[in-house]
Write a protein that binds this ligand. Structure first.
Ligand SMILES: C[S@@+](CC[C@H](N)C(=O)[O-])C[C@H]1O[C@@H](n2cnc3c(N)ncnc32)[C@H](O)[C@@H]1O
Length: 323
């Protein structure tokens, strides 16, 4: 890794790992999945091993060899943790997915690679790269499928907070930036009462065959009743095995992923007479195009189009001020 990369290596910090391991819903779901899928003699690749918690589960459930891979300098701590637990069949690789060289294909590829609303950490392409290179034919992916869901936010307070600058706080006209907060995604923890019963299925991704970040997540639903909504909440369900799913929605036990809030610039009234269509464009992987979210919702009569690159150009404004 370059100095620049290590500077940006947020996974050096124990607090990030503590936060993930304190997410019992997440960690125990992976533990159950590994207990079900790892068979004695298996070779397992743990991509992005962090503390090596998943590697140690795999070793505990009978794996012959576990290849634990992480580009973070924290891997030194992971190795020490495995030694403290007297586990000797984990081989550690301080590598990026591109530099990794394993001696053999694996039976199981496990990874907790999912960022906020999946695409925030851009680990999908590296995972696909390693799957293509190292998963033996008929091998197992954990997770093997991701489903995307959007709900409509009915609680006005989330919207009101984002409209703060519209009220000229302190008697100052903030209009040049007043709309900007509405164009940003935010992580929120929604309760079931803050989300409409009308949910939109945005489709799913099969991790055995997917080869790139999808261009767009799209789905439609017939509203169950007339109601005013202020934005979208996006979350995912990760299928770890055919009968173990890790759910991250407002109706599920909380996880560290929360939900992603995609606000609207103006409220929208859902009407059972009009089917509503949602489109969410994820950011492109690093260096491959727009790295911002964009989202639209339409019921055929109203179209709300949002892009988390707010159409306010500070450079142009400075230019104007200087003229
Ligand atoms: C979400 S954490 C999961 C950590 C651990 N598996 C767990 O479940 O607690 C993702 C890990 O992947 C590593 N990582 C991200 N991208 C990587 C890449 N391209 N190559 C190697 N490691 C990567 C990060 O350094 C981080 O430790």
């Amino acid at each position: 890794m370059s100095d620049d990369d290590s500077y940006r290596d947020s996974y050096r910090d124990i607090s990030v790992h503590k936060m993930m391991l304190m997410d019992v819903v997440r960690t125990e779901a992976y533990e159950r999945a590994l207990r079900q899928m790892v068979k004695p003699g298996h070779k397992v690749l743990d991509f992005g091993c962090g503390t090596a918690v998943l590697s140690m589960f795999a070793a505990r459930f009978g794996a012959d060899t576990v290849y634990a891979v992480d580009r973070s300098a924290f891997i030194t701590a992971a190795r020490a943790i495995a030694m403290a637990n007297h586990i000797e069949n984990i081989r550690f690789y301080h590598d990026d997915h591109t530099s990794l060289v394993l001696p053999e294909p694996v039976d199981v590829l496990v990874s907790e690679w999912m960022g906020h609303f999946i695409f925030h950490e851009a680990m999908l392409e590296p995972l696909v790269f390693l799957r293509n290179r190292y998963l033996r034919p008929g091998g197992v992916m954990i997770p093997d499928q991701i489903r995307f869901i959007a709900g409509f936010v009915t609680d006005e307070s989330f919207y009101e907070e984002l409209c703060f600058f519209r009220q000229n706080p302190y008697g100052i006209d903030f209009s040049p930036v007043a709309e900007a907060p509405l164009y940003q995604t935010n992580l929120e923890f929604f309760t079931p009462s803050q989300i409409s019963k009308t949910l939109v299925d945005l489709g799913s991704m099969d991790l055995y065959v997917v080869d790139a970040t999808p261009e767009v997540l799209e789905g439609a639903a017939r509203p169950k009743r007339k109601e005013t909504v202020y934005g979208l909440a996006g979350w995912f369900s990760a299928r770890l095995t055919p009968n173990i799913c890790l759910e991250t929605g407002p109706n599920d036990p909380p996880t560290h992923w929360n939900q992603m809030f995609f606000p609207f610039k103006e409220p929208l009234t859902l009407d059972p007479a009009r089917e509503v269509t949602v489109r969410i464009r994820p950011p492109k992987p690093i260096g491959k195009g727009e790295d911002t979210w964009s989202w639209t919702v339409t019921d055929g009569s109203t179209l709300i189009q949002m892009d988390d690159e707010y159409p306010f150009d500070p450079i142009a404004t400075v230019g104007l001020l200087g003229a």
